[in-house]
Design a protein. Structure first.
Ligand code: NAD
Ligand code: DAU
Length: 354
């Protein structure tokens, strides 16, 4: 049984990781989250009363608070997911991305290192700092080829540049100070509890409400989609069995143009929620994202061959589950779209009614 400190555990991927740890393993989780606009404790309702779940409302840029968290909980390892994660927001306002993704990662690395050097030899040896990153650090592909762990870094957006910086900091803390780190770089995730600023949940919710479906440019850009629960399982495997100092690419082998993705969402909705006109009639082509990366595609053979990971969902099964989830989780959706989820911490946590 281990105690895992997860940063960003109230976010989309972090909450999937926390839910899996609590429901499928004997481990404890300390969720360290600042609860920005994308942090939502309602995504953790199913596990938040478990005695193995702890919540710390902390900013990863606050070194003193992090030191207190390490001293209080004495974790066996760290999984670092907290970040500003949305490319469009990084274009309109990069400063929070520099702050959280770079300064926050540096602050967390220092707090982890100070804690790690103080550990007894056995605990020190088994400690891991697992940094969760993105395939966007590799830049953009043309029509051919895949990102491997050897692909040179070439980030194009403020978001991907901030994540690339954080990857380099993690690497340096291993090389210089010997901190036992492992890094993963994953492709586009989708699934339940995804904040509706990202392509798939935005399209599902807009289509359900009969609103326009804004597709950037011609919708020809390609992403490699992975169901979030498959990503969470991969992360748990890398934490357990990944080699110190190595990085692992994670991807679903599901390359789709954005237009294909939107048409798939629309046809599932036509079947589940028929309306007078097909949902695809809502598709609206809008101005392209500045510096829009054309194609991402992951070669996941390292994690498959060395650690035996394979995704369980196909894109077809995962996208259907996702659309069904948004249809049947109206309360979560309403609270996010109305902003009511922001009150959850005051209403439930700080008054002690977990
Ligand atoms: P998200 O935006 O849904 O969640 C981010 C979480 O981090 C939120 O709970 C937020 O409150 C928290 N956070 C933000 N700033 C913080 C700070 N200063 N201190 C403490 N907590 C803070 O993001 P996500 O999509 O779940 O992504 C999680 C991680 O995975 C990120 O590091 C992201 O770069 C990486 N990633 C995401 C994808 C994807 O498709 N979503 C793919 C590959 C990698
Ligand atoms: O590749 C991994 C990355 O995937 C993660 O590191 C990021 O955190 C995550 O946000 C995601 O980045 P993208 O920019 O690829 O995701 P997004 O959902 O914003 O956009 C997916 C594609 O859809 C992209 O080509 C832009 C396009 N798009 C997006 C939105 C929000 C549209 O055409 N219309 C939209 O309204």
């Amino acid at each position: 049984m281990r105690k895992i400190l997860v940063t960003g555990g109230a976010g989309f991927i972090g909450s999937a990781v926390v839910r899996q740890f609590i429901s499928e393993t004997p481990h404890s989780v300390v969720n360290v989250d600042k609860l920005t606009y994308s942090g939502n404790l309602e995504s953790l309702k199913s596990v938040s009363k478990d005695p193995r779940y702890y919540f710390e409302h902390v900013d990863i840029c606050d070194g003193e608070a992090l030191q207190r968290v390490f001293e209080t909980h004495k974790p066996d390892c760290v999984m670092h997911l907290a970040a500003e994660s949305h490319v469009d927001r990084s274009i309109s306002g990069p400063s929070e991305f520099i702050r959280t993704n770079i300064v926050g990662t540096y602050t967390l690395l220092e707090a982890s290192r100070n804690y790690w050097v103080s550990l007894a030899p056995e605990k020190k040896q088994s400690f891991r700092f697992h940094h969760i990153s993105t395939d966007e650090v590799y830049g953009s592909l043309g029509n051919e080829g895949f990102f491997t762990e050897e692909t040179p870094y070439s980030p194009n957006s403020p978001y991907s540049a901030s994540k690339a910086s954080s990857d380099h900091l993690v690497r340096a803390w291993h090389h210089t100070y010997g901190l036992p780190v492992v890094t993963t770089n994953c492709s586009n995730n989708y699934g339940p509890y995804h904040f509706p600023e990202k392509l798939i949940p935005l399209m599902i919710l807009n289509a359900m409400k009969g609103r326009p479906l804004p597709v950037y440019g011609k919708g020809e850009n390609i992403r490699d989609w992975l169901y979030v629960e498959d990503h969470a399982r991969a992360l748990r495997l890398v934490l357990d069995r990944g080699k110190i100092g190595e990085s692992y690419n994670i991807g679903g082998g599901n390359e789709k143009t954005n237009l294909e993705v939107v048409h798939t969402v629309c046809s599932i909705l036509d079947e589940l929620l028929p309306s007078d006109s097909p949902h695809a009639s809502l598709i609206t082509f809008v101005k392209d994202r500045p510096g829009h990366d054309y194609r991402y595609a992951i070669d996941a053979s390292k994690i498959e061959n060395e650690l035996g990971w394979i995704p369980l969902e196909t894109f077809e099964s995962g996208i259907r589950k996702t659309v069904e989830w948004y249809i049947s989780n109206a309360e979560w959706v309403d609270h996010v779209t109305s902003g009511e989820y922001r009150n959850w911490i005051e209403n439930h946590y700080e008054k002690g009614i977990s």
